[in-house]
Design a binder for this molecule. Structure first.
Ligand code: NAD
Length: 477
């Protein structure tokens, strides 16, 4: 059994002080994988002090040198691809083949992409007689969730490091293998001591990081409820804050869209990672007169999502991350069944493997737009199909939740798709199945958060802007 009992502080793995731990289970077998240490306030303090000390020299290095370190970390992560993909498949439950490509290789590319953008993003610019310079904010407290652990660490750590900040990372207690791999990669890459510190732990460890007076910026990805609490604490201390929170993303299918294409994208998005993606398309808005066509296509598409062990190549959908999370999703399904929504697929009686935190891919039809199922983030494999009568109603329904993280539009003509996309209040809108772009800004409106990650926008989150005014020659006439 693996033990996650060490924190990376000031360039060394230090044994955890507290005997308190969180048990970690294999999501497909329920076998205990490890015990994860709870970092104490004292360990957070040591890590923040190390980061503060390292900031003085790290922030003065040329941007190109910092970018080279970030590339070296990517090279070291590359050495651990197989081990990381296996570890994330066991912890989170994503099928191994997908875990390889989506959970590991894509974020490694993003480490390199962040390094490549750094020099240009942080170069001085000029406004009249002012020189605009980018000043690293200081020590960053980064708190990440479990669903795409390396992605989330990349969005925060790679961007903060090139910007000149030093970091204390508190990863999710449900996905610790990535944090350890990242720590090993940073050490092997020769990152100076204290530039990246990692303290394992639970909510209390995260709270200690949030409350530490020497943390200048909190970069958090997780639930809206915890994000709200962090924003409140950060507000009191006037710390910078960046929040990547939940979502309830809609896909609008126009009457002339291809139902087959719509169903392919929405099923792919909603059930990826067993529905545990913040930007999953979980609400499909279809013209009322086409409901039966969509119903049949969706019911058929779901039959191909074979449930099983993430390590089995035949598996298309794995389990959920934990028993507690599975039970929360089950409660949403039971409530929706009791309300009599049209159950198109799955549901509480559907067959699932005997062990593991599985939920069958579930689709409810004719879901009222104002119902709990259509308004709240389930974060599991549950799709709501909502009917609309006209385009304005579709836009109003799509914009009618507290969230605004992602959305999609499928239209017969691309121009019509773009016109609709411009009316949607979400941080990312995909038209007609457009692919993911790692360099585009990612983040949300409303309850989906504050700030952006990805590309130049993600790096800019970690700098203060300083304007330096230069003397202007006097007009002697
Ligand atoms: P969570 O909010 O329960 O936990 C996230 C992290 O915060 C964990 O490391 C946890 O230990 C820590 N934490 C919990 N309470 C804390 C506190 N009081 N102070 C400081 N830290 C605390 O979320 P989760 O269950 O890990 O992740 C699922 C949620 O994350 C979903 O709502 C999902 O939509 C969201 N998410 C958002 C994005 C995005 O980019 N917008 C990406 C992935 C996940």
């Amino acid at each position: 059994m693996t033990a996650y009992q060490h924190h990376l502080i000031n360039g060394s793995w230090i044994a955890a002080q507290s005997a308190e731990t969180t048990p970690l289970y294999n999501s497909a077998t329920e076998a205990e994988l490890a015990q994860v240490a709870h970092g104490t306030c004292g360990e957070i303090d040591l890590a923040v002090r190390a980061a503060k000390k390292a900031f003085a020299s790290w922030s003065r290095l040329p941007v190109s040198t910092r970018a080279d370190y970030v590339r070296a970390i990517a090279d070291q992560l590359e050495e651990q691809v197989e081990q990381l993909a296996q570890g994330i498949a066991a912890e989170v439950g994503m099928p191994l083949k997908l875990s390889h490509r989506i959970q590991v290789q894509a974020p490694i590319l993003a480490w390199r992409g962040t390094a490549d953008l750094a020099v240009e993003t942080l170069a001085d610019t000029f406004v009249g007689h002012s020189t605009i310079t980018h000043v690293p904010v200081g020590v960053v407290g980064a708190i990440t969730p479990w669903n795409y652990p390396l992605h989330q660490m990349t969005g925060k750590v790679a961007a903060a490091l090139v910007a000149g900040c030093t970091v204390v990372l508190k990863p999710s207690e449900l996905a610790p293998c990535t944090a350890r791999a990242l720590g090993e990669a940073a050490l092997a890459a020769g990152l100076p001591d204290g530039v990246l510190n990692i303290v394992l732990g639970d909510a209390a460890t995260g709270q200690a990081l949030v409350d530490h007076p020497d943390v200048a910026l909190l970069s958090f990805t997780g639930s809206t409820a915890v994000g709200r609490r962090i924003a409140a604490s950060a507000g009191q201390a006037l710390k910078r804050v960046s929040l990547e929170l939940g979502g309830k993303s809609a896909c609008i299918a126009t009457p002339d869209a291809s139902p087959e294409s719509v169903v392919r994208q929405v099923v792919g998005s909603c059930f990826l990672n067993s529905g545990q993606s913040c930007n999953s398309l979980t609400r499909l808005l279809v013209p009322a007169e086409l409901y039966d066509i969509y119903r049949d296509l969706l019911a058929d598409a779901v039959t191909r999502l074979t449930l099983g062990d993430p390590l089995d190549p035949a598996t298309r959908m794995g389990p959920l991350v934990s028993a507690a999370h599975r039970d929360r999703v089950r409660a949403f399904i039971a409530d929706s069944e009791s309300q009599g929504f049209d159950l198109i697929a799955g549901g509480s009686q559907a067959a699932i493997p005997a062990n593991g935190y599985f939920i069958a891919p579930t689709i409810f039809g004719r879901v009222p737009a104002g119902s709990a199922l259509a308004q709240q983030e389930v974060f599991g494999p549950v799709l709501s199909v909502i009917t609309y009568e006209n385009e304005q109603q579709a836009v109003d329904i799509a914009n009618g939740t507290a969230y605004g993280l992602a959305a999609a539009v499928w239209a017969g003509e691309i121009d019509q798709g773009l016109t609709l996309a411009r009316q949607l209040r979400a941080g990312q809108v995909d038209v007609n199945g457009a692919p993911y772009n790692a360099a585009a800004p990612f983040g949300g409106f409303g309850d989906s958060g504050l700030g952006r990650e990805g590309g130049t926008f993600g790096i800019e989150e970690f700098v203060e802007i300083r304007a330096i005014q230069m003397p202007v020659a006097r007009d002697k006439s």
